[in-house]
Design a protein around this ligand. Structure first.
Ligand code: ADP
Ligand code: MG
Ligand code: ZN
Length: 627
């Protein structure tokens, strides 16, 4: 075990004993040190970075009670279940408790045997709890999802504002804030709002190397979604749509194809939403089609892909939503289906909401900037990992991430981009800059439509110039030219108050036409077919055949136990642990204890059942044990 100089050796032993974890992740050691020494702290680590352990392990070591503030009851329940399964005493205090629970919990807390108490912010500031916590002399507060306190975050919760009083209520205690939100603005806000005193600020590396990022041109969202789902059969995924209607439509089309996809959006009845969420967490459903309303409170760690059917409205949103993939650190994929039209859809939505009375004018400029940033990301021609990390203010040194469409050579520049661009721009000129994308595309394609004949556009010299290209491609290139400012989309007033979007040239268009300015157009290399999985050098993937079959059996056992105990499956064991069980196939409890995620409590509680399952499988299939 790597022992960090600053941390007591007992802490490492305790982490191994309870969590079956032998090595700390980056910044966990200093974050724990801050808790142990009672210095306020702000810890910013990406999703899946292991923030919980930073306050949980010190709480157990100190033997007193740490109070954890968490925004959602479902999150609290899962955390409490997870801690108990590791043999740690934890309770939650929330509005769902009965009076009896409340009294029993209060008594336990008073006895001083509870290591972690989870509360909602509104509950915390009620006097009875304040008194209780003072009575047992609480010295440590952990604020989870601390960005909820900031207006600038993506998930502001007014209740969190009340935490500003924490320092007055408990002047002796240290306060520790945890978030995955990478923006500087939000961080400053957290420190100010919570009035952290000379805090230790620890900001982790934001890259998520286990995520593979891809941006695909959207051609047929349904077909593309099916392709992805097919590639990840029996694995969990989230599909994000922009609108509720899209969610309903896509979910029902997928169900018609025999895929058990469940919808989730804010327009659904609360019990239907709850049903989707619970089925997903319990691994009874693997595909959720949702709006951005879905996500927080979903700690399912083995989400293997997140597919965006449309462009999100900011990179902050994208990072948050895509970040729900691969929390367990295993490989996962984030795919964004993009069309240049998404920018304009969002722009008009934003402009509409900005024109409502009482909206701060800075909202419009801020939102449009966010929109342009995410649009640039989608059009981007260099590494996606680098682009994301740099957007959040960090450096990215590696020349290739080997985990994005661009570095993997899946999206490439169109070789004759310049000529194609010139054809498109001349066509815009020929139709006198009075027509929109669709018309220009049909002229270039040489289509024989009523509209074209009526205008006599079949006689133009640009008619049919791009006859050999697909209209989706041409349309996409038009948007790419707009993105490079070599073409403009403007409004043409056709009657009083009625406008239609048309394409116009600007000075840069003329430079491109004269060959004085270079443009770049992108295109996917080939339609992606089922990609052989496990070909990655990644050493924690399973080999095909027996190992994967064993994995499915262990997963079924996990699901059964989870249902019996009414806890999420990942509270039993994570996929990482199951995979290691499949690879090593232990024959004794002793060798099982060495596996990641199996501490003493879980070994006692679950060891025999999983050992038997592994042994039975090996006997049936003539497989070696203790590999
Ligand atoms: P976050 O809150 O930062 O998104 P979590 O605290 O939920 O992340 O941790 C994500 C997963 O990583 C959990 O399954 C946790 O047990 C695991 N984990 C935490 N620390 C380590 C570590 N040092 N080594 C391996 N796994 C870890
Ligand atoms: Mg967390
Ligand atoms: Zn890359």
């Amino acid at each position: 075990m790597v022992v960090s100089a600053a941390l007591p050796a007992e802490l490492h032993a305790l982490i191994s004993r309870h969590w079956g974890i032998e090595e700390l992740r980056p910044l966990q050691a200093p974050a724990m040190q801050a808790v142990l020494s009672g210095r306020d702290s702000l810890v910013v680590l990406p999703t899946g970075g292991g923030k919980s352990l930073c306050y949980q392990a010190p709480a157990v070591l100190r033997g007193d009670t740490t109070v954890v503030i968490s925004p959602l009851i479902s999150l609290m329940k899962d955390q409490v279940d997870a801690l108990r399964s590791c043999g740690i005493k934890a309770v939650k205090l929330d509005s769902s408790e009965t009076l009896d629970d409340r009294l029993a919990n209060a008594q336990e807390i008073r006895n001083g045997t509870v290591s972690l108490v989870f509360v909602s912010p509104e509950r915390l500031i009620q006097t009875d709890l304040g008194d209780l916590f003072r009575e047992i002399n609480v010295r440590t507060f952990a604020i989870d999802e601390a960005h909820c306190i900031s207006h600038w975050g993506h998930d502001f919760r007014p209740e969190y504002r009340q935490l500003a009083r924490l320092k007055d209520m408990f002047p002796q205690a240290s306060v520790h804030a945890y978030t995955a939100t990478a923006t500087e603005h939000v961080r400053r806000d957290i420190v100010e709002q919570l009035r952290l005193a000379d805090p230790e600020i620890l900001v982790g590396d934001f890259d998520r190397p286990n995520l593979k990022y891809r941006v695909w041109q959207r051609r047929d969202a349904m077909r593309q979604a099916l392709e992805v789902i097919d590639r990840f059969r029996r694995e969990a995924g989230i599909i994000y749509c922009l609108r509720r209607a899209d969610v309903d439509r896509l979910a029902s089309s997928l169900r018609k194809q025999g895929i058990k996809a469940m919808p989730y959006h804010a327009g659904m009845e609360p019990e239907d939403r709850k049903a989707t969420q619970e089925a997903f967490i319990a691994e009874q459903c693997d595909v959720v089609v949702a709006t951005v309303a879905f996500g927080m409170g979903i700690d399912r760690s083995n989400v293997r892909y997140v597919l965006h059917v449309g462009m999100p409205k900011s990179l902050e949103h994208y990072q948050q939503e895509a970040g729900r993939a691969g929390r367990d650190g295993l490989e996962a994929e984030c795919i964004l289906l993009y069309s240049g039209a998404d920018f304009f859809t969002w722009k008009s939505i934003i402009e509409r909401s900005a024109s409502e009375p009482g909206v701060d004018p800075s909202f419009l400029t801020g939102s449009l900037k966010h929109l342009r940033d995410v649009d640039n990301y989608c059009r981007g021609a260099s590494c996606r990992h680098a682009a994301l990390v740099r957007y959040f203010g960090q450096d990215y040194d590696s020349p290739s991430c080997e985990a994005c469409d661009l570095c993997l050579g899946e999206t490439v520049g169109v070789p004759d981009a310049q000529v194609i661009a010139q054809k498109i721009l001349s066509c815009v000129a020929r139709v006198n800059q009075r027509f929109g994308v669709s018309h220009v595309v049909s002229v270039l394609r040489g289509e024989n439509t009523q509209n074209i004949r009526a205008k006599g556009h079949e006689k133009l010299s640009t008619y049919g110039l791009l006859r050999d290209n697909r209209s989706e491609d041409i349309r996409e290139w038009v948007y790419q030219l707009i993105g490079q400012d070599a073409l403009v989309q403007a409004d043409l007033e056709i009657s009083e108050g009625m406008t239609v979007p048309i394409l116009k040239l600007n000075s840069k268009s003329l430079e491109v036409m004269r060959g004085q300015r270079e443009v770049r157009l992108l295109q996917p290399v080939a339609p992606r077919k089922a990609e052989p999985r496990g070909k990655r050098k990644d050493d924690d993937s399973l080999s095909d055949g027996a190992e994967k079959d064993l994995f499915e059996e262990l997963r079924a056992l996990r699901r059964r136990l989870a249902t019996e105990r009414n806890v999420p499956p990942y509270v039993i064991f994570s996929d990482v642990t199951l995979r290691e069980l499949c690879r090593t196939r232990p024959s004794t409890l002793e060798s099982m204890r060495r596996i990641y995620g199996i501490g003493d409590a879980k070994l006692r509680d679950l060891g025999d059942q999983f050992l038997k399952a592994v042994q039975d499988f090996c006997a049936r299939n003539g497989l070696d044990t203790d590999a």
